[in-house]
Structures are given as C-alpha cells and as structure tokens.
Design a protein. Structure first.
Length: 172
C-alpha cells in the first residue's frame, strides 16, 4: 500500500514540474551510472525530460554543485548542451562548463560558436575569453568575420583584445 502511494506521489510530482511522458525516446542518452546520488540522478532526468525551462535551468545549477564532482557530471552537461532546444538552458550549461577548468571543454565551448542563437554564441565567446586559452582565438576571429549579431561582434572584439593581451604577456 505504501509503495503504491509513493509511486502515485512521484507521478504527481513529475506532472507538477512538467516532466514529459515516460514514452519519450531516451535511447540516445548517456547511461546514468549507478554510483551517482539520487539527487544528482534526478537532476539529470529533469535536465533531459522537463518541459519547463526553469526546471531544466535549475537542474543545471544543481548539477554544477553536485557532490560527485565535475568529472562525473560534465558528460551530462555536454549532452544537454547538444540536445536542449532552449537557448537559455544552453547558456546556463556554458557558464557551468566554463568553471570546470577542464581543458577538453575548450573544444565543446568552441563548438557552441556555431549555435543558431546569438545568446549562446555570445556566452560561448565570453566563456572562452574567461578561460583564456589561445586555441579559441582563431575560431573567435572567424566568427567575428561572419556573425551578423552586433552583440556577438562586440563580445568577440572584446574577447580577442583580452585574449591577445594575455597571450602577449605569456610570451614575454
């Protein structure tokens, strides 16, 4: 009896927060490892399945501080960056990836320079400038030449100036 009540309660909670039906195709998602805490597993599921943008953004924020650490969480954030349809969720993910300090994230963030939403491209440039890795200079220069969004162009110019100054200081 208690188990049935618990299941009904969970279903009601999922409905209230806007989780899509269980029939959603999740075959192309990463497998969630057994070692993750229930809360972390829940946040990954919310990021993947919630129909509400605020719930997915909150899941990203909670994953950023998950006790399991970046090495276990980053693959799920990268998955969200590639699959989420909402530009603001992708922006939130970029902000978290920027703070991981993982050198492999440079290429993931550079990939976001090609996003269709200018807000995501803007944040990708900002994240790359914050990291300050020279590998990002050429892709940002290429984006500056072809991007039509004035906000992106302005951020690209600022980022390039900042990154080139840092690069010059390293070279001295």
């Amino acid at each position: 009896m208690k188990k049935k009540l618990a299941v009904k309660f969970l279903i009601l909670c999922f409905i209230m927060i806007g989780v899509t039906s269980a029939s959603a195709d999740t075959s192309d998602y990463l497998e969630i490892p057994e070692g993750l805490s229930y809360d972390t597993r829940d946040q990954i599921l919310f990021l993947r399945t919630s129909t509400k943008v605020d719930v997915r953004k909150e899941a990203v924020a909670k994953l950023a501080v998950a006790k399991e650490g970046a090495k276990l969480i980053v693959p799920f954030l990268v998955e969200g960056l590639k699959k989420d349809k909402n530009k603001y969720v992708r922006v939130s993910i970029l902000k978290v990836l920027e703070k991981t300090g993982d050198e492999q994230m440079i290429y993931t963030i550079i990939g976001s320079l090609g996003d269709k939403a200018w807000q995501v491209r803007y944040q990708a440039i900002k994240s790359l400038a914050s990291i300050g890795d020279d590998r990002a200079i050429k892709p940002i220069e290429m984006l500056l030449e072809k991007d039509s969004a004035p906000q992106v162009q302005r951020m690209a110019r600022m980022a390039l100036n900042s990154m080139k100054k840092k690069s010059d200081k390293k070279g001295k």
